[in-house]
Design a binder for this molecule. Sequence first.
Ligand SMILES: [Zn+2]
Length: 294
Amino acid sequence: MNPTTESLGRIDAWLDRLAGETDQARHSAEFTAYLVAMSRFWRYSQANTALIWLQRPTATMVNSKKRWAGLGYTLKAGEWKNSIHILCPHFTKTKDEQTGEERETLAYFVTGYIYALEQVEPGPDAQSLTLRWQTMGDHHGALYRLLERACARLHVRVELSLDLPRGLEGTSDGRSVITLNGHASIGDRAQTLVHELAHEVLHPTALRPQFTKREVECQAEAVSYCVLTALGVEVPNAPQYLALYGVSRDDLKRNAQAIHMGVKRILEAVEAVSQAASAGVAPGGSDAEDGRAA
Ligand SMILES: [Zn+2]
């Protein structure tokens, strides 16, 4: 079978399987495992994240052969035949006959070939593959300040309040203001901030009615889980994604796409403010082939 057709079929089969999973705990565990993959491969499209995970569930980092070479790594002998297949979209420019406007439309996919960290070996000039922002687990103060700067980059204001109703850790109004409980520890505030920022990024007032209340909370929890995991923060209890249990494959896909968009927007902002603070190289696919959303 043509590898591109095979990749598209793989994603469909996975969505069908997940939508058809009748055991609630297994469904949640599988979705959580997929979110861990998203916390690693968020630079790729949502479809490619799924493809990487489905083909190599243990992968922690992937790159094209060219990108690995740029980082000082070479492919181990024989590994060229164990490549991970991803989809690389190709766009064509079309002109709208009525408005004369030029726009890009997806024409077709070709297959891109990437390799996981365990398939390569470091050369003498291999670069470090861990970025400082990915190791924030034990540095709550620094984590909070980094997230605050990421919020500013996303034009979201963060305020502290000492009189939020009891039990409420934070709120977001969908109009770019987040209020956090000023009595909470800085570590707890950081975690709440990610959840509320997910709402701000994904659910501005105009868009909130498109999702059910359960979906909105599920997306914010999932984004928060991915973002914190990517930052190196251990999240003790993976939330149960019950809102996605027993829904159709189209609903699953819609929610997975929204979660991916939230993770990507927040982590792009985190990386940008972190790089502005200390110029560094970003490992992880930013080759042409991971391209735009597949
Ligand atoms: Zn919420």
